[in-house]
Design a protein around this ligand. Structure first.
Ligand SMILES: Cc1cc2nc3c(=O)[nH]c(=O)nc-3n(C[C@H](O)[C@H](O)[C@H](O)COP(=O)(O)OP(=O)(O)OC[C@H]3O[C@@H](n4cnc5c(N)ncnc54)[C@H](O)[C@@H]3O)c2cc1C
Length: 290
């Protein structure tokens, strides 16, 4: 199906964008990779959300998600790993398939952890954000897996089925050891991904691990990892006052566009991005030079 608007991210910003666009009669699809805002769900008590005082992050997010599912939006609980401009629209890739849309709203939140030295340099040269896509390239090899979210464990176990050995660096609380014998858990902090033209190792604590790949699992990947031409300023996606990015047809809202990192702002910005996307589609369909 060809969608009018694809929303990437199911936190407050993405849910708000999808509900807004669907309420205006647009065909909308939303992609969510990690159970609808692990960030907001981690908050024990929110006291500053208008009209709903003293609510937990999970309770608030559940209210948003219930509304999302009532809105007529198609929801795909998979991660977007690629976004390509094709003709006048976009093709969005998940590990299991492609989807097409005329406009895109980015609402991917912020990546709280800083990049590991070497991560940016070796992206696509041994550094990967998706085991489902890249694990088969490393059959019979040793790899590192660094995770800041517990739900990465399924992907790490899949990775272990494909490769010879996984050195697993859990970087979150409440860690439960995986059962597979070829997963070695290392509690030291990874400090550097090393290599020449591709990954050859990883340093953590005083040790060096000889690996051919480093898989990094976070709630939100570095902002332009799936859309390389996207303009980033500091730690945020650059948007103008209409929530437009530097790429025509791509809009953004929420924490991924900057501070303050707040639910109200994220929801408002998601709505603005959706309304701008609708305006863009309307002008484009009428042949007005945008
Ligand atoms: C400890 C803490 C306390 C806080 N307290 C408050 C408070 O009291 N009041 C308040 O207003 N705010 C508070 N916040 C901030 C609030 O949680 C954020 O501002 C809000 O969640 C931002 O919403 P968002 O939709 O922009 O991003 P997020 O909520 O981070 O959602 C982004 C979503 O995008 C998904 N995603 C990312 N990449 C992809 C991809 N490639 N494909 C598919 N899905 C993807 C992620 O899984 C995530 O669900 C707090 C945050 C923290 C961490």
């Amino acid at each position: 199906m060809q969608y009018d608007i694809a929303v990437i991210g199911g936190g407050p910003a993405g849910v708000s964008a999808a509900i807004t666009a669907a309420s205006k009669g647009r065909k909308v699809i939303l992609f969510e990779a990690h159970g609808f805002s692990p960030r907001l769900r981690s908050v024990a008590k929110i006291s500053d959300y208008m009209g709903i005082p003293d609510v937990s992050g999970t309770e608030l997010m559940d209210i948003f998600v219930k509304h999302l599912f009532q809105s007529g939006t198609d929801v795909v609980e998979e991660k977007i790993i690629s976004l390509r401009e094709v003709g006048e629209g976009f093709v969005l890739g998940t590990p299991t398939g492609d989807y097409t849309a005329d406009a895109v709203v980015l609402a991917t939140g912020i990546s709280r952890s800083t990049l590991i030295p070497g991560e940016k340099e070796f992206l696509g040269k041994g550094v990967s954000y998706c085991a489902l896509v890249d694990a088969p390239k490393f059959k019979h090899k040793r790899v590192a897996a660094i995770a800041t979210v517990p739900d990465a464990l399924n992907e790490i176990e899949y990775l272990a089925d494909q490769v010879e050995q996984v050195f697993f660096f859990p970087r979150y609380q409440g860690f439960v050891p995986p059962k597979k014998k070829n997963i070695t858990v290392v509690l030291d902090t990874p400090t550097e991904i090393t290599g020449t033209d591709k990954v050859t190792g990883l340093r953590a604590g005083d040790d060096f691990y000889s690996v051919q790949a480093a898989f990094v699992f976070r709630a939100s990947d570095p902002l332009n990892s799936f859309l390389p031409g996207l303009e980033i300023r500091g730690r945020s996606i650059y948007v103008d006052d209409q929530a437009e990015t530097n790429i025509e047809g791509v809009f953004a809202g929420g924490d991924c566009t900057g501070q303050p990192w707040q639910v109200n702002r994220a929801a408002g910005q998601g709505q603005k991005a959706a309304l701008s996307a609708i305006r863009y589609l309307g002008r484009r369909d009428e042949g007005i030079n945008y």
